[in-house]
Design a binder for this molecule. Structure first.
Ligand code: IVH
Length: 670
């Protein structure tokens, strides 16, 4: 046993040393000690803290290592809504924004703050009396996901606000910012994923979002997440008068604030800033997609207010899409999970806005003919945001006559079956349902992030398991055993335990994710959500006939047909039985516990005073109702705001109840 003083001293020492190594590892990517040594220090600190609890425990590095896994995230309702930004794509639009503000604020000149627009994901952090309490993703702006434990693992995020003499710590504050991953650690993360047979992330933003939305905080802790804070929501116990003052105070309090933020005394200074940041963009360690300009004075901000879901006082000025020139070396044909053949151009690797690109989708044969793309062509490619690079045009002057025309193959490059092109469709398709490429792709889709989210089951591993004849369909995953996996190569063996755990964890998926994962043609994520909400269980969905399905506004005859066909096919029925046998039991969304609006459909028209359309939609849906885009025989209420459109006339003609925004709130008991 140590005496209290030496324990306190050692605890302090360990915290400082571990924080230093965290910075070396996560921020500087230059660890000085082995993982084992680091673990030893951490364990010593944990043991001491258990024996000698102190006040600083809340901000100790032990609080960041990652709590136990969750089965799902709890919804988190933001005390103040997180708005989004209006976009501008040209200097003219930036000037128009400024004219509008000067007119509304009745001022000749407006003071702005200009900031880089980081391409990550927005989060809201709640601090009470200086201590980090909870944090959440933005979600729909009103309700996000509580990712508190994951946020704690971000070493640059303070767990406690640094007390400053100049500025006392507020009782309550919502601090807003962007979680992101830098370009280099992103590339490293993807290299590691590929080595492990996992699918690489498409871009740093997806990687950041995927990492923060991990149910196991220990996984998040290993991801190189970073954060910059750029604003606040509700604050109690302290007053600010300008946005610049907020940013400076956040920095003083120990929050990472982007060092490139700048004050701009008028709109031309903002445009200069935009140009300057655009020119240094390729050399920045992180991805940005524009700059944000914000009115500096908070009382001016307040007088301007919001329009729908964006503040009138801020503007996202987007950079034009990045372009580059390269040469097409090869055109390969990929077979998707529904058998569609997609031609893909393999190009000389080229950097587009700091990201190396060597593949671009050519969509289909018609597209290739339309753009007259040939093998060996020099082409201009473009990457806009997170979109897969696209070929904009060929550079005709670079042709030397050696370029070759491309033809779609007449037989599937994977299984050799004949390829068909359905009349009226652009796609060529392999219609062999047992085509291995389709099955592999189907399994990969099933496990992918938007679907069952089985970590470690990317393209390579799915293909490997299929080729080894261990699985023939997604349900087989749940019957895999450790012994079977041990028969595979070294790489696969290494991760087998983790993989089996991830598969087992996926046995109680949200119903909508499961429906999406099945890969029914025309059923994307959105449709899957609608089906899950309406039918509430797999049994009900399987029983549904075309009429049941088409009563749903969003489900047209083509989707309905595809769903019914899917569940009537013998092969699929067997797979569903296997899921059942394996104990896979999708959970209906329990977010809809309030059923005051069950069976009611709403149409909104005109502009609403106190809420945006998405909020209105969320309010209806969270109470079991549906929102329709137009008035039909099934509409229960039309909610009319100011300056309603033709929907109102239609509702009146059809004798449908028309109610005001106030009535609507009464109806939902708010
Ligand atoms: S301010 C009310 N500042 O852009 C204004 N947003 O579409 C709220 N973003 O969801 C946002 N960098 O994720 C602001 N310096 C910055 C930003 C920034 C990135 C993101 C943020 C937000 C989205 C707005």
């Amino acid at each position: 046993m140590m005496d209290n003083d030496s324990a306190a001293k050692r605890i302090h020492e360990l915290r400082t040393v571990i924080e230093y190594h965290n910075r070396r590892y996560y921020q500087q990517d230059a660890p000085e000690i082995s993982d084992a040594e680091y673990d030893r220090l951490m364990r010593e600190l944990q043991d001491l803290e258990a024996m000698y609890p102190d006040d600083d425990l809340v901000s100790s590095p032990t609080q960041r290592v990652g709590a136990d896994p969750l089965s799902k995230f709890s919804p988190f309702s933001h005390p103040q809504a997180m708005l989004s930004l209006a976009n501008a794509f040209s200097s003219q639009e930036i000037l128009d924004f400024d004219s509008r503000i000067r007119r509304l604020a009745k001022q000749d000149q407006i003071d702005y703050v200009a900031e880089p627009k980081l391409d990550g994901l927005a989060v809201n952090l709640i601090y009470e009396d200086g201590l980090f309490q909870r944090g959440a993703t933005r979600g729909d702006g009103f309700t996000g996901e509580d990712v508190t434990q994951n946020l704690k693992t971000i070493s640059s995020m303070p767990l406690r606000i640094k007390q400053k003499v100049s500025r006392s710590v507020p009782e309550f504050i919502e601090v807003r910012g962007e979680v992101y991953i830098e370009k280099k650690p992103f590339a490293k993360l993807n290299r590691r994923r590929e080595e492990d047979g996992e699918d690489p992330f498409a871009n740093p933003r997806n990687a950041a979002a995927g990492s923060l939305r991990q149910l196991d905080p220990k996984v998040t802790a290993r991801r190189p997440l970073n954060i910059f804070l750029y604003g606040i929501g509700t604050v109690r116990g302290i007053r600010f008068s300008s946005h610049w003052e907020i940013l400076k105070t956040l920095a003083d309090w120990g929050f990472p604030v982007n060092p490139l933020i700048s004050q701009a005394q008028d709109i031309s200074a903002c445009i200069d800033y935009f140009e300057q940041i655009h020119s240094i963009r390729p050399g920045l360690p992180y991805e940005i997609d524009g700059v944000v300009i914000k009115v500096n004075n908070l009382s001016v901000q307040e007088s301007l207010g919001n329009v729908s879901r964006s503040p009138r006082w801020a503007l996202a000025c987007k950079f034009p899409p990045e372009q580059a020139t390269t040469i097409i070396r090869e055109i390969v044909v990929q077979v998707g999970r529904t058998g569609t053949l997609t031609p893909v151009a393999i190009m000389e690797p080229v950097s587009v806005g700091g990201v190396m690109v060597s593949r671009a989708t050519l969509h289909n044969e018609d597209e290739i003919i339309k753009k007259d793309i040939r093998l060996g062509d020099t082409v201009v490619i473009q990457r806009a945001g997170d979109v897969i690079p696209e070929i904009i045009k060929i550079v005709e002057s670079k042709r030397n006559g050696q370029e070759k025309f491309f033809r779609m193959p007449s037989h599937c490059p994977q299984c050799g079956s004949e390829i068909v092109r359905v009349e009226g469709e652009a796609a060529h398709r392999c219609v062999n349902l047992s085509c291995p490429a389709q099955i592999k792709e189907h399994i990969r889709h099933f496990a992918s992030r938007g679907a069952m989210d089985i970590e470690g089951l990317g393209e390579k591993v799915s293909a490997h398991l299929f080729d080894a004849r261990l699985i023939h369909d997604p349900a087989d995953l749940y019957f895999l055993t450790k012994e079977q996996l041990l028969g595979l190569d070294r790489q696969a063996r290494k991760s087998s335990e983790k993989l089996l755990e991830a598969i087992a964890r996926s046995k109680t998926p949200p119903l909508d994710k499961f429906i999406f994962a099945l890969g029914i043609r025309h059923v994307g994520e959105q449709t899957a959500k609608i089906l899950a909400r309406h039918f509430g269980s797999m049994e009900n969905l399987i029983k549904a006939n075309i009429d049941d399905l088409t009563t749903l506004n969003e489900i047209g005859p083509e989707i309905a047909q595809s769903i019914v066909e899917f569940f009537s096919e013998n092969k699929n029925r067997k797979v569903m039985e296997k899921f059942h046998l394996a104990g896979v039991s999708p959970l209906a969304q329990d977010t809809v516990t309030d059923t005051t609006l069950k069976g009611k459909s709403f149409v909104f028209t005109g502009s609403l005073e106190s809420m945006g359309r998405n909020e209105a939609k969320a309010l209806v849906e969270s109470r079991g109702g549906v929102v329709q885009s137009s008035v039909t025989g099934k509409t229960s209420y039309v909610v009319a705001g100011s300056e309603p459109g033709s929907k109102l006339d239609k509702a009146r003609r059809q004798g449908i109840s028309v109610i005001s925004e106030k009535d609507f709130f009464k109806l939902i008991g708010r």
